[in-house]
Design a protein around this ligand. Structure first.
Ligand code: TRP
Length: 383
């Protein structure tokens, strides 16, 4: 059997460069590798609603933003099926059956859900200040890892390319698959997670150096930011607080500018953007990021110079994305059409799995051939 990819994003905002290095860039590579029989990319609006129940308009508005980001990054509807989660009702049905295979205690141990409960202020007895309003945990939110298992298994995905924070979800999916298969017979496919290979890409920090790039923290560089916006954000980035004078030795570790360079810089950039290292007071010739780092550590290399270089490196990736997005923004009917057609393809695929699941669970009474058997058996019993 061929390899199948399923992955997706919640439509709660435009996608940023953390999404790009954490997953999007990889998806495009995988798509173009020709190694996968099928690729499904899902806009997880139903999951987004689990903690945005009161804000459906936000989710609705961001569907198109995420779709535009997908297409402008190079996801190609001829090779990847892009679809909207809520339009495939089979996914919800699957989740309901999987719920029987998961305990409340197991859900409570999911570290990503745990962190989100505190972040969203849902916790009831947490010491965390964010929890002081004691909102309680919506059941739908609490069970979203189960819904995510449905997303993955519905498409018989073998491979789930996601960021590190999704690891607990994939682990839970694998447990559900094993439990299902051992209870009802071999039906579902156990998926594997595919994490970014480069440490900087695992979790790209925000421009303020905070652990995560997040809309609520206002520390994101968006794929759809203009060149001016990107430069303003790069200029304001955190570096090494101890690097006061250009001549001071600087720290590379924990220096966000260098983390971004680790994620985005390629050797070809040193030839292409040689001018960035030509200054009034000092000039350098670098051929690799290691050489830049060595100079920064030794001192003499100013923050403005590395920020200039980072800006050029970022825009080298972002400019083509921006251009494609501009074109696509003029053709929104096409974008919605991609999603509508993709949702139809996805639904047909999920329906096959749902039928197999219902068959395995013996809740397929009226399927072809089943009723005849059932009648025979029951007639015998009531004779
Ligand atoms: N939880 C993912 C996120 O927050 C989105 C998502 C929903 C997903 N279902 C999925 C990712 C299935 C991978 C596989 O971004």
């Amino acid at each position: 059997m061929g390899k199948v990819i399923l992955t997706g994003d919640r439509p709660t905002g435009r996608l940023h460069i953390g999404h790009y290095v954490g997953s999007l860039r990889r998806r495009v590579e995988l798509q173009n590798s020709g190694e996968y029989e099928k690729i499904f990319i899902m806009i997880a609006d139903a999951q987004a609603l689990t903690d945005n129940a009161g804000n459906p308009e936000k989710v609705r508005q961001n569907i198109i933003e995420v779709a535009l980001d997908y297409l402008s990054c190079g996801l190609d509807p001829a090779k990847s099926t892009m679809f909207i989660q809520s339009q495939v009702s089979e996914l919800t049905e699957l989740a309901f059956y999987y719920m029987n295979l998961v305990t409340v205690q197991r859900l409570q141990r999911n570290p990503t859900v745990k962190a989100e409960i505190i972040m969203r202020g849902f916790a009831e007895n947490s010491e965390d200040e964010a929890a002081s309003n004691k909102k309680g945990i919506p059941v739908g939110f609490f069970t979203y890892p189960i819904s995510q298992a449905s997303d993955i298994t519905a498409f018989r995905a073998t491979t789930v390319p996601v960021g590190e924070d999704q690891e607990p979800m994939i682990e839970q999916t694998r447990e559900i698959v094993r439990k299902f298969n051992s209870t009802y017979g071999e039906t579902l496919v156990e998926p594997e997670i595919l994490l970014p290979s480069n440490a900087a890409c695992l979790r790209l920090p925000g421009t303020d150096g905070k652990a995560k790039m997040s809309k609520s923290l206002g520390n994101c560089i968006y794929l759809s930011d203009s060149a001016e916006e990107v430069w303003a954000k790069v200029k304001g980035m955190f570096t090494d607080p101890g690097h006061l004078q250009v001549s001071d030795p600087g720290k590379v570790e924990g220096n966000t500018v260098f983390t971004y360079l680790d994620a985005f810089c390629r050797d070809e950039h040193f030839g292409k953007f040689r001018d960035c290292f030509v200054g009034k007071k000092a000039s350098f010739t670098f051929n690799s990021l290691d050489e830049v780092k060595a100079q920064y550590r030794a001192g003499g290399l100013g923050d403005m110079m590395i920020k200039n270089f980072l800006n050029a490196v970022l825009n080298d990736t972002l400019e083509p994305i921006r251009q494609r997005r501009k074109e696509l923004e003029k053709n929104l009917p096409y974008v919605y059409d991609v999603l509508r057609k993709g949702s139809q393809v996805a639904q047909a695929e999920a329906a096959k799995t749902l039928a197999a699941v219902k068959h395995a669970m013996k809740i397929d009474y009226f399927e072809k051939g089943v009723l005849e058997e059932l009648l025979k058996e029951q007639t015998e019993k009531f004779k």
